[in-house]
Design a protein around this ligand. Structure first.
Ligand code: ZN
Length: 388
Protein backbone atom coordinates (compact mmCIF):
# COMPACT_ATOMS: atom_id res chain seq x y z
CA UNK A 1 0.00 0.00 0.00
CA UNK A 2 2.77 2.41 1.01
CA UNK A 3 4.64 1.51 -2.17
CA UNK A 4 1.59 2.25 -4.32
CA UNK A 5 1.19 5.60 -2.62
CA UNK A 6 4.87 6.43 -3.16
CA UNK A 7 4.51 5.46 -6.81
CA UNK A 8 1.43 7.69 -7.22
CA UNK A 9 3.38 10.60 -5.70
CA UNK A 10 6.27 10.01 -8.09
CA UNK A 11 3.88 10.03 -11.07
CA UNK A 12 2.35 13.30 -9.85
CA UNK A 13 5.84 14.68 -9.31
CA UNK A 14 6.84 13.71 -12.84
CA UNK A 15 3.83 15.46 -14.37
CA UNK A 16 4.47 18.53 -12.19
CA UNK A 17 8.15 18.67 -13.23
CA UNK A 18 7.14 18.34 -16.88
CA UNK A 19 4.62 21.18 -16.62
CA UNK A 20 7.17 23.32 -14.77
CA UNK A 21 9.81 22.75 -17.46
CA UNK A 22 7.23 23.62 -20.13
CA UNK A 23 6.25 26.86 -18.38
CA UNK A 24 9.85 27.89 -17.59
CA UNK A 25 12.10 27.20 -20.59
CA UNK A 26 15.75 27.21 -19.58
CA UNK A 27 15.05 26.24 -15.96
CA UNK A 28 17.72 24.07 -14.31
CA UNK A 29 16.91 20.78 -12.63
CA UNK A 30 18.01 22.27 -9.26
CA UNK A 31 15.75 25.34 -9.67
CA UNK A 32 12.77 23.22 -10.72
CA UNK A 33 13.29 20.82 -7.80
CA UNK A 34 13.45 23.76 -5.38
CA UNK A 35 10.28 25.35 -6.81
CA UNK A 36 8.37 22.06 -6.55
CA UNK A 37 9.79 21.06 -3.15
CA UNK A 38 11.45 17.91 -4.52
CA UNK A 39 14.54 16.43 -2.95
CA UNK A 40 17.56 16.05 -5.20
CA UNK A 41 17.10 12.28 -5.12
CA UNK A 42 13.43 12.53 -6.14
CA UNK A 43 14.28 14.95 -8.95
CA UNK A 44 16.89 12.52 -10.26
CA UNK A 45 14.46 9.59 -10.15
CA UNK A 46 11.67 11.63 -11.78
CA UNK A 47 13.98 12.89 -14.54
CA UNK A 48 14.89 9.27 -15.26
CA UNK A 49 11.23 8.52 -15.86
CA UNK A 50 10.66 11.59 -18.03
CA UNK A 51 13.73 10.71 -20.11
CA UNK A 52 12.59 7.09 -20.50
CA UNK A 53 9.12 8.35 -21.49
CA UNK A 54 10.74 10.55 -24.17
CA UNK A 55 9.27 13.73 -22.66
CA UNK A 56 12.22 15.67 -21.20
CA UNK A 57 15.98 15.65 -21.64
CA UNK A 58 18.83 17.56 -20.01
CA UNK A 59 21.88 19.45 -21.13
CA UNK A 60 24.74 20.94 -19.16
CA UNK A 61 23.87 24.28 -17.55
CA UNK A 62 26.07 27.24 -18.46
CA UNK A 63 28.89 27.68 -15.91
CA UNK A 64 27.92 30.39 -13.43
CA UNK A 65 31.21 30.38 -11.53
CA UNK A 66 29.31 29.63 -8.32
CA UNK A 67 30.07 26.87 -5.90
CA UNK A 68 28.21 23.62 -5.61
CA UNK A 69 27.55 20.84 -8.05
CA UNK A 70 26.75 22.01 -11.57
CA UNK A 71 23.10 21.52 -12.49
CA UNK A 72 21.53 20.71 -15.84
CA UNK A 73 18.99 22.62 -17.91
CA UNK A 74 15.71 20.80 -18.60
CA UNK A 75 15.02 20.65 -22.34
CA UNK A 76 12.46 18.93 -24.54
CA UNK A 77 13.45 15.32 -25.26
CA UNK A 78 14.99 15.06 -28.77
CA UNK A 79 12.36 12.42 -29.63
CA UNK A 80 9.60 14.07 -27.59
CA UNK A 81 6.11 15.18 -28.60
CA UNK A 82 5.61 17.99 -31.11
CA UNK A 83 2.58 19.99 -32.11
CA UNK A 84 1.91 21.50 -35.52
CA UNK A 85 1.01 25.20 -35.39
CA UNK A 86 -1.05 26.88 -38.12
CA UNK A 87 -1.49 30.64 -38.25
CA UNK A 88 -3.75 32.33 -40.77
CA UNK A 89 -3.95 36.10 -41.16
CA UNK A 90 -6.12 38.04 -43.60
CA UNK A 91 -3.31 37.75 -46.18
CA UNK A 92 -0.82 35.04 -45.08
CA UNK A 93 -0.48 31.54 -43.66
CA UNK A 94 2.30 29.66 -41.86
CA UNK A 95 2.69 26.10 -40.63
CA UNK A 96 5.37 25.29 -38.09
CA UNK A 97 6.00 23.05 -35.08
CA UNK A 98 6.63 23.52 -31.36
CA UNK A 99 7.98 21.22 -28.65
CA UNK A 100 7.57 21.15 -24.85
CA UNK A 101 8.66 24.62 -23.73
CA UNK A 102 6.73 26.19 -26.60
CA UNK A 103 9.58 27.31 -28.85
CA UNK A 104 8.43 27.65 -32.46
CA UNK A 105 10.54 26.22 -35.28
CA UNK A 106 11.30 28.80 -38.00
CA UNK A 107 8.89 28.58 -40.94
CA UNK A 108 8.27 30.50 -44.15
CA UNK A 109 5.32 32.91 -44.44
CA UNK A 110 3.12 32.22 -47.47
CA UNK A 111 0.70 34.70 -49.00
CA UNK A 112 -2.88 33.83 -49.92
CA UNK A 113 -5.48 35.69 -51.93
CA UNK A 114 -8.42 35.27 -49.54
CA UNK A 115 -11.82 34.42 -50.91
CA UNK A 116 -13.28 30.92 -50.61
CA UNK A 117 -11.52 28.86 -47.91
CA UNK A 118 -10.88 25.81 -50.12
CA UNK A 119 -7.68 27.04 -51.75
CA UNK A 120 -5.85 28.22 -48.65
CA UNK A 121 -7.02 25.23 -46.59
CA UNK A 122 -5.71 22.87 -49.29
CA UNK A 123 -2.30 24.58 -49.12
CA UNK A 124 -2.30 24.44 -45.30
CA UNK A 125 -3.38 20.78 -45.42
CA UNK A 126 -0.51 19.90 -47.77
CA UNK A 127 1.97 21.66 -45.45
CA UNK A 128 0.52 19.74 -42.48
CA UNK A 129 0.95 16.46 -44.42
CA UNK A 130 4.64 17.32 -44.83
CA UNK A 131 4.95 18.03 -41.09
CA UNK A 132 3.23 14.71 -40.33
CA UNK A 133 5.64 12.84 -42.60
CA UNK A 134 8.67 14.59 -41.09
CA UNK A 135 7.59 14.16 -37.44
CA UNK A 136 6.03 10.69 -37.61
CA UNK A 137 4.48 9.59 -34.33
CA UNK A 138 6.09 12.49 -32.46
CA UNK A 139 3.31 14.72 -33.80
CA UNK A 140 0.72 14.79 -31.02
CA UNK A 141 -1.72 17.64 -31.77
CA UNK A 142 -2.48 20.53 -34.11
CA UNK A 143 -3.16 24.13 -33.00
CA UNK A 144 -4.69 26.79 -35.27
CA UNK A 145 -4.88 30.58 -34.85
CA UNK A 146 -6.95 32.74 -37.21
CA UNK A 147 -8.70 36.11 -37.39
CA UNK A 148 -12.26 34.98 -36.78
CA UNK A 149 -14.87 33.96 -34.27
CA UNK A 150 -14.39 30.31 -33.37
CA UNK A 151 -16.82 27.83 -31.83
CA UNK A 152 -15.22 24.44 -31.25
CA UNK A 153 -13.44 23.58 -34.51
CA UNK A 154 -15.65 25.81 -36.63
CA UNK A 155 -14.91 29.35 -37.78
CA UNK A 156 -18.42 30.77 -37.48
CA UNK A 157 -17.51 34.17 -38.88
CA UNK A 158 -14.26 35.70 -40.14
CA UNK A 159 -14.98 39.07 -41.71
CA UNK A 160 -11.48 39.79 -43.05
CA UNK A 161 -11.21 36.29 -44.56
CA UNK A 162 -14.88 36.47 -45.67
CA UNK A 163 -15.54 33.03 -44.19
CA UNK A 164 -18.76 31.78 -42.60
CA UNK A 165 -19.16 28.39 -40.90
CA UNK A 166 -15.92 26.77 -42.01
CA UNK A 167 -15.26 23.47 -40.22
CA UNK A 168 -11.54 22.83 -39.69
CA UNK A 169 -11.88 19.35 -38.13
CA UNK A 170 -10.37 17.71 -41.21
CA UNK A 171 -7.04 19.52 -40.81
CA UNK A 172 -5.76 17.44 -37.90
CA UNK A 173 -5.91 13.98 -39.50
CA UNK A 174 -7.41 12.47 -36.34
CA UNK A 175 -4.99 14.14 -33.89
CA UNK A 176 -6.30 16.41 -31.11
CA UNK A 177 -7.10 19.83 -32.65
CA UNK A 178 -7.39 23.24 -31.00
CA UNK A 179 -8.67 26.24 -32.98
CA UNK A 180 -8.66 29.75 -31.57
CA UNK A 181 -9.12 33.40 -32.41
CA UNK A 182 -5.74 35.03 -33.10
CA UNK A 183 -6.21 37.93 -30.66
CA UNK A 184 -7.39 35.61 -27.89
CA UNK A 185 -4.40 33.31 -28.47
CA UNK A 186 -2.03 36.30 -28.49
CA UNK A 187 -3.50 37.12 -25.07
CA UNK A 188 -2.85 33.57 -23.87
CA UNK A 189 0.74 33.95 -25.04
CA UNK A 190 1.15 37.32 -23.27
CA UNK A 191 -0.24 35.86 -20.05
CA UNK A 192 2.02 32.79 -20.11
CA UNK A 193 5.20 34.13 -21.69
CA UNK A 194 4.86 37.88 -22.27
CA UNK A 195 3.90 41.23 -20.77
CA UNK A 196 1.07 39.85 -18.57
CA UNK A 197 3.05 36.94 -17.13
CA UNK A 198 2.17 36.29 -13.51
CA UNK A 199 -0.69 38.87 -13.54
CA UNK A 200 -3.82 37.31 -11.96
CA UNK A 201 -6.35 39.17 -14.17
CA UNK A 202 -5.18 40.72 -17.44
CA UNK A 203 -6.92 42.11 -20.51
CA UNK A 204 -5.26 41.69 -23.90
CA UNK A 205 -6.39 43.58 -27.00
CA UNK A 206 -4.97 43.22 -30.51
CA UNK A 207 -5.77 45.96 -33.04
CA UNK A 208 -5.29 44.90 -36.66
CA UNK A 209 -8.41 45.21 -38.81
CA UNK A 210 -10.72 45.92 -35.90
CA UNK A 211 -9.90 44.90 -32.36
CA UNK A 212 -10.18 41.57 -30.56
CA UNK A 213 -8.82 40.18 -27.38
CA UNK A 214 -9.45 38.25 -24.26
CA UNK A 215 -9.67 38.48 -20.49
CA UNK A 216 -7.17 36.14 -18.83
CA UNK A 217 -7.62 34.86 -15.30
CA UNK A 218 -4.52 33.13 -13.90
CA UNK A 219 -3.29 32.76 -17.48
CA UNK A 220 -6.47 31.03 -18.68
CA UNK A 221 -8.65 32.73 -21.32
CA UNK A 222 -12.27 33.52 -20.38
CA UNK A 223 -14.02 32.66 -23.64
CA UNK A 224 -17.64 32.03 -22.72
CA UNK A 225 -20.00 29.09 -23.06
CA UNK A 226 -19.29 28.37 -26.73
CA UNK A 227 -15.67 29.58 -26.74
CA UNK A 228 -16.67 32.48 -28.98
CA UNK A 229 -16.24 35.34 -26.48
CA UNK A 230 -13.62 38.06 -26.54
CA UNK A 231 -15.13 39.91 -29.52
CA UNK A 232 -14.61 43.27 -27.86
CA UNK A 233 -14.46 44.96 -31.27
CA UNK A 234 -18.15 44.22 -31.76
CA UNK A 235 -19.26 46.03 -28.61
CA UNK A 236 -21.01 49.25 -29.70
CA UNK A 237 -18.38 51.71 -28.44
CA UNK A 238 -18.37 53.22 -31.95
CA UNK A 239 -20.65 55.39 -34.06
CA UNK A 240 -24.20 53.92 -34.08
CA UNK A 241 -24.65 55.25 -37.62
CA UNK A 242 -21.92 52.93 -38.94
CA UNK A 243 -22.85 49.40 -40.01
CA UNK A 244 -20.17 46.75 -39.29
CA UNK A 245 -19.43 43.81 -41.66
CA UNK A 246 -20.30 41.57 -38.67
CA UNK A 247 -23.94 42.57 -39.10
CA UNK A 248 -24.21 44.82 -36.04
CA UNK A 249 -24.18 48.62 -35.89
CA UNK A 250 -21.88 50.96 -33.97
CA UNK A 251 -19.05 48.45 -33.48
CA UNK A 252 -15.84 49.65 -31.78
CA UNK A 253 -13.96 47.82 -34.59
CA UNK A 254 -14.76 50.55 -37.09
CA UNK A 255 -13.24 53.37 -35.02
CA UNK A 256 -9.76 52.12 -34.14
CA UNK A 257 -8.13 50.89 -37.37
CA UNK A 258 -7.27 51.84 -40.95
CA UNK A 259 -10.95 52.25 -41.83
CA UNK A 260 -11.31 54.91 -39.12
CA UNK A 261 -8.12 56.65 -40.29
CA UNK A 262 -9.44 56.72 -43.86
CA UNK A 263 -12.69 58.37 -42.71
CA UNK A 264 -10.71 60.94 -40.68
CA UNK A 265 -8.62 61.76 -43.74
CA UNK A 266 -11.66 61.95 -46.05
CA UNK A 267 -10.36 58.99 -48.07
CA UNK A 268 -12.43 56.10 -49.50
CA UNK A 269 -12.69 52.90 -47.47
CA UNK A 270 -9.38 51.06 -48.04
CA UNK A 271 -9.29 47.57 -49.60
CA UNK A 272 -6.60 46.56 -47.11
CA UNK A 273 -7.23 48.56 -43.90
CA UNK A 274 -4.13 47.09 -42.22
CA UNK A 275 -1.81 48.22 -45.01
CA UNK A 276 -3.52 51.61 -45.13
CA UNK A 277 -3.06 52.04 -41.37
CA UNK A 278 0.63 51.26 -41.85
CA UNK A 279 0.93 54.09 -44.37
CA UNK A 280 -0.88 56.55 -42.09
CA UNK A 281 1.30 55.56 -39.12
CA UNK A 282 4.43 56.09 -41.23
CA UNK A 283 3.18 59.54 -42.27
CA UNK A 284 2.35 60.37 -38.63
CA UNK A 285 5.88 59.35 -37.60
CA UNK A 286 7.13 61.75 -40.28
CA UNK A 287 5.05 64.48 -38.58
CA UNK A 288 2.37 64.85 -41.25
CA UNK A 289 -0.30 66.84 -39.34
CA UNK A 290 -3.35 65.24 -41.01
CA UNK A 291 -1.94 61.75 -40.38
CA UNK A 292 -1.16 62.65 -36.78
CA UNK A 293 -4.74 63.85 -36.28
CA UNK A 294 -6.15 60.65 -37.82
CA UNK A 295 -3.93 58.50 -35.60
CA UNK A 296 -4.87 60.53 -32.51
CA UNK A 297 -8.56 60.06 -33.31
CA UNK A 298 -8.15 56.28 -33.56
CA UNK A 299 -6.07 56.29 -30.37
CA UNK A 300 -8.75 58.26 -28.55
CA UNK A 301 -11.44 55.77 -29.67
CA UNK A 302 -9.21 52.92 -28.51
CA UNK A 303 -8.66 54.55 -25.12
CA UNK A 304 -12.37 55.25 -24.63
CA UNK A 305 -13.19 51.56 -25.11
CA UNK A 306 -10.33 50.47 -22.86
CA UNK A 307 -11.67 52.74 -20.12
CA UNK A 308 -15.11 51.14 -20.48
CA UNK A 309 -13.59 47.65 -20.34
CA UNK A 310 -11.66 48.57 -17.19
CA UNK A 311 -14.96 49.47 -15.54
CA UNK A 312 -16.52 46.20 -16.68
CA UNK A 313 -13.69 43.71 -16.22
CA UNK A 314 -11.26 45.21 -13.66
CA UNK A 315 -7.97 43.86 -15.09
CA UNK A 316 -4.66 44.59 -13.33
CA UNK A 317 -2.90 45.26 -16.64
CA UNK A 318 -3.93 45.84 -20.28
CA UNK A 319 -1.60 44.57 -23.01
CA UNK A 320 -1.97 45.97 -26.54
CA UNK A 321 -0.80 44.11 -29.64
CA UNK A 322 -0.70 44.79 -33.39
CA UNK A 323 -1.47 48.41 -34.34
CA UNK A 324 -2.08 49.02 -30.65
CA UNK A 325 1.71 49.04 -30.15
CA UNK A 326 2.06 51.80 -32.78
CA UNK A 327 -0.85 53.78 -31.38
CA UNK A 328 0.72 53.63 -27.90
CA UNK A 329 4.04 54.81 -29.29
CA UNK A 330 2.72 57.65 -31.45
CA UNK A 331 -0.38 58.71 -29.50
CA UNK A 332 0.05 57.22 -26.03
CA UNK A 333 -1.11 60.48 -24.44
CA UNK A 334 -4.38 60.42 -26.39
CA UNK A 335 -5.01 56.82 -25.29
CA UNK A 336 -4.23 57.61 -21.65
CA UNK A 337 -6.43 60.72 -21.60
CA UNK A 338 -9.37 58.83 -23.14
CA UNK A 339 -8.95 55.91 -20.71
CA UNK A 340 -9.01 58.38 -17.83
CA UNK A 341 -12.15 60.14 -19.11
CA UNK A 342 -14.02 56.85 -19.56
CA UNK A 343 -12.92 55.30 -16.27
CA UNK A 344 -15.10 55.69 -13.18
CA UNK A 345 -13.80 58.40 -10.86
CA UNK A 346 -12.77 56.03 -8.04
CA UNK A 347 -10.46 54.22 -10.45
CA UNK A 348 -8.57 57.25 -11.69
CA UNK A 349 -5.94 57.50 -8.93
CA UNK A 350 -4.73 53.96 -9.72
CA UNK A 351 -5.55 53.02 -13.30
CA UNK A 352 -3.93 49.78 -14.46
CA UNK A 353 -1.00 50.18 -16.85
CA UNK A 354 -1.70 49.92 -20.60
CA UNK A 355 1.47 48.38 -22.04
CA UNK A 356 2.66 47.07 -25.41
CA UNK A 357 2.48 43.30 -25.90
CA UNK A 358 5.92 41.70 -25.56
CA UNK A 359 5.64 38.93 -28.16
CA UNK A 360 4.79 41.01 -31.21
CA UNK A 361 3.41 39.34 -34.30
CA UNK A 362 4.42 35.89 -33.01
CA UNK A 363 1.75 36.05 -30.27
CA UNK A 364 -1.01 34.15 -32.08
CA UNK A 365 1.32 31.28 -33.08
CA UNK A 366 2.82 31.10 -29.58
CA UNK A 367 -0.71 31.00 -28.16
CA UNK A 368 -1.80 28.32 -30.65
CA UNK A 369 1.25 26.24 -29.67
CA UNK A 370 0.35 26.68 -25.97
CA UNK A 371 -3.19 25.61 -26.64
CA UNK A 372 -2.15 22.45 -28.53
CA UNK A 373 0.66 21.60 -26.07
CA UNK A 374 -1.82 22.10 -23.22
CA UNK A 375 -4.01 19.44 -24.83
CA UNK A 376 -0.98 17.12 -25.11
CA UNK A 377 0.07 17.64 -21.47
CA UNK A 378 -3.50 17.19 -20.25
CA UNK A 379 -3.83 13.97 -22.24
CA UNK A 380 -0.65 12.34 -20.90
CA UNK A 381 -1.58 9.12 -19.24
CA UNK A 382 -0.15 8.10 -15.91
CA UNK A 383 1.19 4.96 -17.60
CA UNK A 384 3.53 7.01 -19.75
CA UNK A 385 5.50 8.18 -16.70
CA UNK A 386 4.92 5.13 -14.51
CA UNK A 387 7.92 3.03 -13.48
CA UNK A 388 8.88 0.65 -16.25
ZN1 ZN B 1 -19.18 44.35 -35.65
Amino acid sequence: MATMRAEALRVQGALALLRHAHAHPGVTRAEAAASLGLSSGSATEIMGRLRAARLLGERAAPQTGGRGRPSTVLVPHPDGPLVAVVELTHATWTVTTAAIGGELAPAPVHRHRGGAPGEVLAAVGAALDEVRTACGDRLAAVGVALPGTVRGHTVVQAATLQWRDVDLSGLAGGLPLTVGNDASLAGVAEALRGAARGVPVALHLTVEVGVGGVLLVDGAPVLGAAGAGGEFGHVPFGDPALRCPCGAAGCWDLTVDGRAMARSLGRPAPDDPRAFAGEVLAAARADDPAARAAVAEAAEALGRGIGALLNALDPAVVTLGGLGVDLLEIAGEAIAAAVRRAAMAWRRPALPPVVPAALGSRGPSIGAAESALGAVLAGLTQERVARR
